[in-house]
Design a protein around this ligand. Structure first.
Ligand code: ACO
Length: 378
């Protein structure tokens, strides 16, 4: 038999490419996006500025930002055919499946769908940034027999998302919370969904196809889908005084505690402190501290028992819950942010492309004899 190449299950520790988009700085436990510290971005800028940073490589000046916001505003609409598609979907379909299909179907009505030039891909990315919140909220309303809410042109990405969901203007503190969560979710290196997007792009497939693949990859509960599962877990726990026993029993049964652990961070996710700060601000406004308290006990118990820390999905989950966002929309909201990071990865992949095609170790049989069909058993 040939000698076997090195193999790392789950590609752990494998360098699969180069990127100038972001870096997890494990020494200082921070995320750097195009040179900027994510915590500083979260505290100081709008999600739109981070999306611009990801697409164009640096933060926008006033004129650039105005033009970017105008472009987003002019793209906040959905073709009637897409609304019909959403209307026809069974109400039981998960919003992530609806979003995945909706994004794929948007390519039918995008005149530049097959144009893989950088300029067209930036324009398509802006369209998706503008349209994804509409897909999420229109799908949500139609599934409940209500008509979609029309966007308000003067509102930001974060404010519009909440407005489209509720039909009433959100409070400033809620917009700040949503803005922060969108920034914290926007980009995170060679994670599974960004990698899926890059693999698709590496075949010279189109941007909608690459983003559709990335959405499907994010949906799983080991990746972005964990924010929904984490909240379901907290609801199952029910109260802070039950949290420790619940976690101990879960670990005894060898369950994965959702919203905990990370392939890269072994001493805690650098995005968590910022998201917890947002959660505490929501508690100050709402006066309801039950979920933050329960979460704290889950965290302390996981640290003591396993030395495993929460990832950003954990504080995002209970923050969104306190903001009364329906749980099945948590991962779609993650998509509405991460699409900027994916787009940056796809643009970068296209700029210096080589087909991504790894090797594998064959573990099947060799030298079987082909028999006529009648001689192969039942
Ligand atoms: N709960 C309990 N044990 C855990 C957890 C967890 N959440 N995460 C890791 N472990 C344990 C594993 O059981 C394993 O223990 P073992 O060596 O005794 O078998 C060890 O830690 C290593 O875990 P792996 O799953 O092999 O680590 P990997 O790097 O492959 O996976 C992952 C990382 C998928 C994030 C994992 O920690 C996990 O499943 N977490 C829960 C799901 C989750 O929150 N995902 C969101 C990730 S962040 C994001 O996508 C935005």
């Amino acid at each position: 038999m040939d000698s076997q190449p090195d193999y790392s299950p789950g590609l752990e520790g494998i360098v699969a490419g180069e990127s100038a988009i972001s870096r997890i700085d494990l020494e200082r436990n921070r995320l750097v996006i195009r040179g900027y510290d994510l915590v500083e971005l979260t505290d100081q800028v709008s999600y739109e500025e981070v999306a611009y940073l990801l697409l164009y490589g640096d933060l926008p000046g006033r004129g650039d930002l105005d033009r970017f916001n105008d472009a987003l505003r002019s793209e906040r609409n959905l073709p009637d055919q897409i609304l019909d598609l959403l209307r026809q979907a069974p109400a039981s379909v998960h919003p992530m499946a609806l979003l995945r299909t909706g994004v794929s179907a948007l390519s039918f009505y995008d005149a530049e769908a097959q144009d893989n030039s950088r300029e067209a891909n930036v324009r398509k990315s802006i369209r998706l940034l503008a349209k994804i919140p509409l897909l999420i909220t229109a799908g949500h309303h139609l599934a409940s027999g209500r008509e979609p809410v029309a966007p308000r042109p003067e509102l930001s990405q974060a404010a519009n998302l909440l407005y489209l969901l509720r039909g009433v203007a959100p409070a400033d503190y809620e917009v700040e919370a949503m803005n922060a969560s969108l920034i914290l979710y926007a980009e995170h290196g060679y994670n599974a969904s960004a990698f899926a997007g890059r693999v698709t792009a590496s075949t010279q497939s189109d941007l909608h196809a690459a983003i559709t693949g990335a959405i499907g990859t994010l949906a799983g509960s080991l990746h972005g889908g964990a924010n929904e599962k984490a909240m379901e877990m907290l609801l199952e726990i029910g109260a802070p005084e039950k949290a420790e026993a619940w976690v101990l029993e879960g670990l005894r049964q060898k369950k994965k505690i959702m919203g905990f652990g990370h392939r890269e961070y072994k001493r805690g996710d650098s995005r968590v402190p910022s998201m917890k700060k947002v959660a505490r601000r929501i508690v100050t406004q709402s006066g309801e501290s039950r979920w933050v308290e329960a979460a704290e006990i889950v965290e302390v118990t996981m640290d003591r028992e396993k030395g495993i820390f929460p990832n950003v999905d954990f504080p995002c989950a209970y923050t969104y819950y306190m903001m009364q966002i329906p749980i099945p929309l948590y991962t779609p909201i993650f998509v509405s942010s991460r699409v900027a990071g994916w787009a940056a990865h796809i643009l970068e992949q296209n700029e210096n492309n080589r087909l991504i095609r790894p090797n594998h170790i064959y573990t099947g049989p060799e030298q079987l004899q082909v028999k006529p069909v009648g001689e192969r058993g039942s």
